[in-house]
Design a protein around this ligand. Structure first.
Ligand SMILES: N[C@@H](CCC(=O)N[C@@H](CS)C(=O)NCC(=O)O)C(=O)O
Length: 212
């Protein structure tokens, strides 16, 4: 069985959880506690030398890292429920939107970046939160304008844009970014969160979520 190394709050792991669920692929969850720096322990570094979640291991022992590479592999290995359009131009547009989240928002707000800002750069908690919101708002301004379909980002079926947008919107709400300025994103978020594949991937429903 596939094993997904995941942390309940990790938006990158959340993407892969959604994609696996949408494709009805069974997997075993292997929690990696980022708050205990388990991603830096030797055992995990042998699976992903970058020390980031997610990672996916195959039954033959091979491992994959980087959520976008994992999503690409899932499209090839499990094509039955496609999450990317067939048309090359449409698929490129989807990748472009996804990269605007995966390359231009999330890396600026990653835990190690926030720790560096608060530690080495001596930013206050409030300043680091402003930083976090700034990059989400800047990204969402553009993504909002590209959301011209419903109920999913690209129309009647879920796809990669939803797979990336829902975790990023969850993070926006965690940091009190008001979605009133992004009504299309808000609508897609609400719609997806009503569906079993997205619910099962939600941070609140992960076995490694600490009990209150
Ligand atoms: N580009 C990577 C990003 C992975 C990433 O940043 N993971 C975060 C959680 S969302 C992480 O493991 N952070 C641990 C750390 O910063 O030490 C991907 O898409 O998989």
């Amino acid at each position: 069985m596939l094993k997904l190394y995941s942390y309940f709050h990790s938006s990158s792991a959340y993407r892969v959880r959604i994609a696996l669920n949408l494709k009805n692929i069974k997997y075993r969850l292997e929690p990696i506690n980022l708050l205990k720096s388990e991603e830096q322990q030797t055992r995990y570094l042998s699976i992903n030398p970058q020390g980031l979640v997610p990672a996916l291991t195959l039954p033959n022992g091979q491992s994959l890292s980087q959520s976008m590479a994992i999503l690409e592999w899932l499209e090839t290995a499990y094509p039955q429920v496609p999450l990317l359009p067939d048309d090359p131009m449409e698929a490129a547009r989807v990748r472009s939107l996804c990269h605007s989240i995966a390359c231009d928002i999330q890396p600026l707000n990653n835990l190690r970046v926030l720790n560096y800002l608060k530690g080495t750069m001596a930013l206050s908690q409030e300043q680091s939160i402003q930083w976090y919101r700034h990059w989400i708002r800047q990204g969402f301004e553009v993504i909002e304008k590209a959301m011209i379909a419903s109920p999913f980002a690209l129309g009647s079926e879920p796809g990669w844009v939803d797979v990336l947008l829902i975790p990023q919107t969850y993070n926006a709400l965690r940091f009190q970014v008001d979605l009133a300025s992004y009504p299309a994103i808000d609508q897609i978020y609400r719609h997806c969160n009503g569906l079993p594949a997205f619910q099962a991937a939600h941070p609140d429903n992960q076995p490694d979520k600490p009990s209150a």
